[in-house]
Design a protein around this ligand. Sequence first.
Ligand code: PLP
Length: 397
Amino acid sequence: MKLADRATGISPSPTLAIDAKAKQMKASGIKVISFGVGEPDFDTPDHIKEAAIVAIKEGDTRYTPAGGTLKLKQAIVDKLRRENGLEYQTNQIVVSVGAKHSLYNAFQVLCQPGDEVILPAPYWVSYLEQIKLAGAEAVIVQTRQENGFKLTADELKAAITPKSRVFLLNSPSNPTGGVYSREELAALGEVLLQHNIAIISDEIYEKLLYDGLEHVSIASISPELKENTVVINGVSKAYAMTGWRIGYAAAPAHVAKAMADLQSHSTSNPTSIAQAASVVALNGTQEPVKSMVVEFEKRRNYMLERLNAIPGITCPKPGGAFYLYPNVTAYFGKSYQGKSVNNATDLANLLLEVAEVAVVPGIAFGGDDFIRLSYATSMENIKEGLDRIEKLLGELK
Ligand code: PLP
């Protein structure tokens, strides 16, 4: 059976090979420490779980409108007003099967063959594949470590062509943890408006912020920017609800309608029970998020100090998300018992095979000079994992 070109063009996630190997090692009894995870290691708060149980018991188990229940859309409208200073109506909200699905829908309705999407690197790997699946071309723009991996207005200008259609913004960022300030966003926004380029703003890590930083949605900077932006968010990371699969988009009404129509022919509504639970996540107490952030910040501080104390490693301080993204180029050209390290993929393989520590090589995010370490794992694991990394790096010759 012949596959369509669309299917053969999809690259499997480069993280999967390492992940599969780590799982295999774990299954054979090896205590692998994993810094590879992309989800909070906390449990979904009890009051949210309870809401799902009530939803089941009360028969909230049927199809809902394809783009989400009115109750959840209203909770999202209220959240965007309360927390982001954004005014939307419920017909501008589309609830999907995770933020990943919201992003997919957004690319599908905004892009077509011949269009370019400006994608700052390092980038989360699914953007690239979703852009390709929409028939568009990603124009990858490398950001700089010394700049906290944040794209400047000048760098953005240099990437614009007559084909530029969409700009992908991810703040706080996966994998760098970089957080754009209001001024930085305003400068980017001005350039984007001048060139009539739409913005897809992925704000899924919004609540995971440290050092008292404030999240700013680019859509809240001016009414013109709001008209030009699709805001993407969800409950996965903030409420430790990765398995529940609820994400959402807020957009101009005609864009939201197109996204909902598209979804009505693919998945239909996201799970009714998860939607009911998400209403409670958004409207209920935010205390569990706050305690999670306190714990993440402790871990980030510890890990950052330990990593930067390792000779040759340089790691900028990330303001958000739960990842560190150190530069490991100082180890390129070295080797361990005949195994040479020429890029971050080699180093990640060596760390897994010898130190039994899983990290994600930067190649997954568009640059093989870095590795990504997630601190969504216990302090005990973090300490042990860093001891192992430090030891192995010290033994490279
Ligand atoms: N956007 C970014 C940057 C992510 O890292 C992730 C998950 O890893 C997502 C979106 C997807 O989140 P969801 O679980 O809501 O699909």
